[in-house]
Every structure is written in C-alpha cells, then in structure tokens.
Design a protein around this ligand. Structure first.
Ligand code: KIV
Ligand code: NA
Length: 264
C-alpha cells in the first residue's frame, strides 16, 4: 500500500483531484477511515468538544493530543496523519519545539497551528528542525473568545483581503497545507487559487482543494451542536463504512459541500 505523503497531497492538487480528510482520535476509527481511502487524518483539538464534552477547544493539552495521536498512528497504514498543536502550546519558540517534538514522536507527520503571519518565524524554525506545518485560518476556534463566538470569518472585503495576504505569508514561511474554516465560498476559492499548496476547507465552500469534517459531525453523533457546514452521512447510508465512502465519493465528485453546507 502506497502511503500518502505531503508530496502526494500536493500532486493531488496539481492534478485537480480533491483531497479527503476526517478527524480521528482512536485506532479503530482511524483503521476504518484508512481502509475506506481517506487521504488525511487529523487528531484535532476538537477532541475537547466531541470526546471530552467541553464547550470549546481551550482546555485540551499537548498530552491529550499526543495520547490520541499514538492511537491513530497505530490504526493507520496509508493515510497522512497530522496533529493539532493545542491552545497556548506554541506561544513561545521553546514551547513550540518541545511540544511539536511530542506530537512527532507520537506518530504525527505534520503539526497544525492556528494563526496568521505572527507564526512565520515559528514555521521556519519548525521546518528547519524537520517538522512540517499545516496552517489554519478563518474561524480559528482557539480564538473563540477574541471573536466573541463561533462566527463566519472574512465576510467583509477588508477582512477577506487580510486573510488572503496572511495565507500567502504562511505559504512563503513554509507551511505545506492550509486548513481554511468557516469563510464565504468565494474566499475559499480565492485562497485555493492563490496558493500552490493544498487548501483543505471546512465550511469554506466547494472550491477548496479538499475537505475535512469532524468525524462525529459526519456521523451525526456530536454531543452538543451540529454545524451548518457539516453533513450527517450516517443517516442516509445507515452504515458507518458506507457513510465514510459516500463522504469520500461526494468530496471527490464535488457534490459535497453543496450551497446548503456553505456560506455566501
Ligand atoms: O480540531 C479540529 O478538528 C480541526 C478541524 C475542524 C479542521 O481543527
Ligand atoms: Na483544531
């Protein structure tokens, strides 16, 4: 079985093939997603909400993410595995390097951090030390208290322009993937076209280079809340494996996300 690598993901973008991705937190689901052909698995700090029942992602620790990363890694043969750096785990470069080391040692092939150009030096430092980085722009949930709630970002022209220039700065600094969350579809398209690296959207419309969903949302079993951009694939398929393969099929064909799961 050929493993998915960061260069494989880039080739998909270049070939115009959509990248499929889900969050995963344990070995059994990781194995199921891997076997169905999901390209990338993210150990997201969303685990604070869907596994731990917290109201947001802020209480999640680096050891929480490392623990789940080990489990996901053991269940994965083919998919690319990336892990979230949780809230305040990358505030200084010393912290960043020590914490990224924990996730890479746990089995991640890339770490993800939320934020714009303030992260550029951190990204360069990590790359020099052998750690690939995924950026995350738009609705960055670790900043929920700055935003005053989970709100769509980049609706105003000036905000959209700022986000686009931040995305370019991150690419210039060395990120090899970008997650773009909860932005108008037009901005999702503009960012994906402006960058060479793949842009994985969640609530960012159908024109990003790939899609990611929180696995609990895709199965419709999240404890608290179902976001508008998410789709329950279990209800229409009645079977977990079929739900995953339908999600993959819909992302690849462009059927998901439709307008009803996007912001204009
Ligand atoms: O934590 C997470 O699951 C994420 C995805 C929603 C992109 O960051
Ligand atoms: Na996250």
């Amino acid at each position: 079985m050929k493993k998915v690598t960061v260069s494989g993901l880039l080739k998909k973008k270049q070939a115009g093939e959509k990248i499929t991705s889900l969050t995963a937190y344990d070995a059994s689901f990781a194995k199921m997603f891997d076997e169905q052909g999901v390209d990338a698995l993210l150990i997201g700090d969303s685990l604070g909400m869907v596994l731990q029942g917290e109201d947001d992602t802020l209480p999640v620790t680096i050891d929480d993410i490392a623990y789940h990363t080990k489990s996901v890694r053991r269940g994965t043969e083919r998919a690319f595995v990336l892990a979230d750096m949780p809230f305040m785990s990358y505030a200084t470069s010393e912290q960043t390097y020590a914490n990224a080391a924990k996730l890479m040692a746990a089995g991640a092939s890339m770490v993800k951090m939320e934020g714009g150009s303030w992260l550029c030096d951190t990204i360069k430092g990590l790359n020099l030390r052998g750690v690939p980085v995924c950026g995350h722009l738009g609705l960055t949930p670790q900043s929920v208290h700055v935003f005053g709630g989970f709100k769509v970002q980049g609706r105003e022209a000036s905000q959209a322009e700022k986000l686009l220039s931040e995305a370019k700065a991150l690419e210039e600094a060395g990120i090899q993937l970008l997650v773009l969350e909860c932005v108008p579809s037009s901005l999702g398209k503009a960012v994906s076209e402006a960058l060479t690296i793949p842009v994985i959207g969640i609530g960012a419309g159908k024109d990003t280079d790939g899609q990611i969903l929180v696995m609990h949302d895709m199965f419709g079993i999240s404890a608290n809340y179902m976001p508008k951009f998410s789709k329950n694939y279990l209800v229409e398929t009645g079977d977990m494996r079929k739900a995953v393969s339908k999600y993959i099929e819909d992302v690849q064909s462009g059927a998901f996300p439709s307008a009803e799961h996007s912001f204009e």
